[in-house]
Write a protein that binds this ligand. Sequence first.
Ligand SMILES: [Zn+2]
Length: 342
Amino acid sequence: MVGKSGVAEEGGAAAAAAVRRWVEAGGGRLVMDGGLATELEANGADLNDPLWSAKCLLSSPHLVRKVHLDYLEAGANIIITASYQATIQGFESKGFSKEQSEDLLAKSVEIAREARDMFLKEHSDRPIQHPILVAASIGSYGAYLADGSEYSGDYGEAGTLEFLKDFHKRRLEVLAEAGPDLIAFETIPNKLEAQAYVELLDECNISIPAWFSFNSKDGVHIVSGDSLIECATIANGCSKVGAVGINCTPPRFIHGLILSIRKVTDKPILIYPNSGERYDAEKKEWVESTGVSDGDFVSYVNEWCKDGAVLIGGCCRTTPNTIKAISRSLNQRHSSLHLPVA
Ligand SMILES: [Zn+2]
């Protein structure tokens, strides 16, 4: 079906309507947090481990809570849990039982909810009026592999729809049951994984709005080479997807990518680019990218708003200072409309 704006109409619109209400309550824009794993490292965590930031759920939950709080103090409306690389399979390979692994997943949501409660309490003399939301992160199968394939989308023989659905199913259910406000499918590297997520959202009957966020390294395709337009069309067709966007991608590509997404969906668009550096999976370090300079990250924010993005934050190597600057630049007006935060 083609709507009045010329794009195919969303398959039902419940989740998108929920996100729009939050955006409205935030004064027309919502600020997302910045890089979590890289900020944990900046705070001294050693994440050289297949579990990456999820390692902190075991070793230093207080640090995760601190970084969430730093982002809230910087003006973030949305904090993303430390479950990006947390999987039942990953915990089991470290010797945890299935039950313990599920508890660790749920713990990522609990820590973020605790940070929100602490933040709201801290500001109870002048109560916070804008929404503060917890998004449960689901990283790709490639993130679990920890071999850089979330930046190639190449899963070899494991790359079948049924395999990916089976891989993510229980994790999605456990995270949804832990009570986040949103489910964040982040850094989606290929079309097949987007399709797997859509089918799981329906089959598991998830009632929490999800977002789909893809990553690109050329400004046209997502990292596997699949067409962003096709991927965004898949997201658009799912009533449980409340927002579609791009993360962990250099800022200089974002303008064109938003325009592509806009061609196929009216759902809210979210953007949280990385600092513009590139991750070298072999060396396990971020290296400065060559070519077009990224300039000052925040100088792009107005342009992205004009392009139609309504949720804006940062991904790897962005910091609470980046988020403070984004928040200032959006000049977020705190609406008098107050939505329940949980
Ligand atoms: Zn990132």
